[in-house]
Design a protein around this ligand. Structure first.
Ligand code: DAH
Length: 339
């Protein structure tokens, strides 16, 4: 029996010395100390030995076990530290590598302007709301007092997806959405993309961006409307800009206005950029029609308010003196990289 232990010892020592990975060593641990190992077998059979043999074999097995365990442990230390070194070498990150050639993108000028507008409105107590670009006929038209087959629908050439589903033609689609969701009083702006099925030219595209504003509360008057818009537009374009309202027809406001600002290029003195009028059309606005409030289950006897919708791409064109709106969606890097 003692001879047998000696054989096991020799075999184990050479296998431990040849083990080259922590996995090899784990396998050896199972082989020599596991339930099915030779040493376990010997320990189990001790009861069948003579008393004299019992006295020598028991301690010999235990001391062999201890010896093998400590040599596996010390081999493990060597192997693990070698494995760690290899891993560190492989995963080494060189912080001195020059990455300056990697190009970093930036926000599109329309997005930059949109964020600026959001900040200005937020500073005046508005919150920013978002709605779907694929919209129901109800929110895009009907809730805004534009019945089916009403001639006012012709004002907006529409992409229909189904009979009652459209690509939204205006961010006004979010007026009744926001009113239904949050109720009154409310001060909200909705920036976002809108779609019109129209031939594009220098000042029209079939995709463009608007920012919608909505204020509903008790006792909101035209005086509040004028003062708010005048203040905010001066914040956006500077103190020297003048605001002009012309009567305009939008079925969801009464009275309704077209809102112009004095041309930023010539300061209102008339130039090609303002088609020699001194003014530029920014969008529409007005006092919210009672039918719109009713569509949102808000009592028009108690609440009133105003709404406005501006073209963000047109603002961007003014700000950077861009001559064609189609640059905005062109994806042309020569354009985008200038901002
Ligand atoms: N949604 C209109 C358009 O796209 C613009 C507009 C007009 C928005 C009057 C308004 C408004 O909120 O009150 O032509």
């Amino acid at each position: 029996m003692i001879e047998k232990l000696e054989q096991i010892k020799q075999a184990a020592i050479s296998e431990i010395a040849n083990a080259n990975s922590s996995k090899d060593l784990e396998e050896l641990e199972i082989k020599y100390f596991g339930k099915k190992s030779e040493l376990s077998g010997i320990l189990k059979s001790i009861s069948t030995l003579s008393d004299e043999e019992k006295r020598t074999v028991g301690p010999a097995v235990n001391s062999l076990k201890n010896e093998l365990m400590s040599s596996i442990e010390s081999r493990k230390k060597e192997v693990v530290s070698r494995e760690l070194d290899a891993k560190l070498k492989e995963e080494y990150i060189d912080p001195t590598i020059d990455l300056s050639k990697e190009e970093v993108g930036h926000l599109h000028p329309v997005t930059q302007l949109r964020y600026k507008l959001e900040d200005i409105f937020k500073s005046a107590g508005f919150f920013v709301y978002d709605g779907p670009e694929i919209e129901t006929d109800f929110f895009n038209f009907e809730a805004l007092n534009i019945a089916k087959n009403h001639p006012a629908r012709d004002m907006q050439d529409t992409f229909y997806i189904k009979d009652d589903v459209v690509l939204r033609t205006q961010t006004s689609s979010c007026q009744v959405r926001a009113l239904k969701e949050f109720g009154a009083p409310i001060k909200v702006v909705v920036p976002g993309r809108v779609y019109r099925n129209e031939a594009s030219d220098a000042t029209h595209d079939f995709i463009f961006n608007q920012i919608e504003g909505l204020v509903v509360d008790e006792n909101v008057s035209i005086a509040n409307f004028l003062a708010t818009l005048d203040t905010l537009i001066k914040k956006i374009f500077g103190e020297n800009v003048n605001v002009r309202l012309r009567p305009g027809y939008f079925p969801f406001v009464e009275p309704g206005f077209e809102l112009d600002i004095s041309c930023l290029v010539c300061g209102g003195k008339k130039c090609p950029a303002c088609k020699h009028t001194g003014w530029l059309e920014l969008g529409g606005a007005g006092m919210i029609h009672p039918n719109v409030l009713k569509a949102a289950d808000i009592d028009p006897e108690i609440y009133s308010g105003f709404a406005f919708g501006f073209g963000v791409d047109r603002m961007m064109m003014q700000k950077y003196k861009i001559d064609d709106i189609r640059w905005s969606t062109s994806g042309d890097l020569r354009f985008v990289k200038q901002f």
